[in-house]
Design a protein around this ligand. Sequence first.
Ligand code: CMP
Length: 133
Amino acid sequence: MSQRTLIIIKPDAVRRGLIGKIISRFEEKGFKIMDLKMFSFTRQQAERFYEPHAGKPFFQDLVDFITSGPVVAAILEAHNAVSVVRLMIGPTRSFEAPPGTIRGDFGLGLTENVIHASDSEESFNRESAIVFS
Ligand code: CMP
C-alpha cells in the first residue's frame, strides 16, 4: 500500500547548494512529491519537532543547528516510503554512512547530517503536522 513520509533537507545541505541533487534522487527513485516547501524553523517549532530528544545532551545543539538557516521539507509518497527513504539516506552518523546513501555521498557530520526522514508512520504524522500546519 502507498505510504507517505517526510524529509527535511537540513541547513548544512541548503547552504551547500544540494537541494536539487537531493530532491532528484527521490524523483529518480520513483517517489511522488506530494508537498514541498522552503522555510526556517522557529525555535519553538524546532523544540516541538525534536521533542523525542528533549533532555538528551545534544538537544540544544540540534535545535541551534536546525534553526541556523532555511530548510526544505517534502512529503514523499511510494510503496513502503518510510523504510525506502531511510535506506536511501543512510545511518545518522554521516561519517559511517556507506557511499550511495545521501549522507554517505554528501556529508561527514553527526549533528550536521544533511537530511532528516521520519522513522515511522507515527513520526510522519507527528512531524508533518508540525512542518505543514
Ligand atoms: P535525525 O535522525 O534527523 O534527528 C535527530 C538528530 O539528532 C539526528 O538526525 C542527528 O542530527 C542528531 N543526533 C543524534 N545523535 C546525536 C549525538 N549523539 N550527538 C549529536 N547529535 C546527534
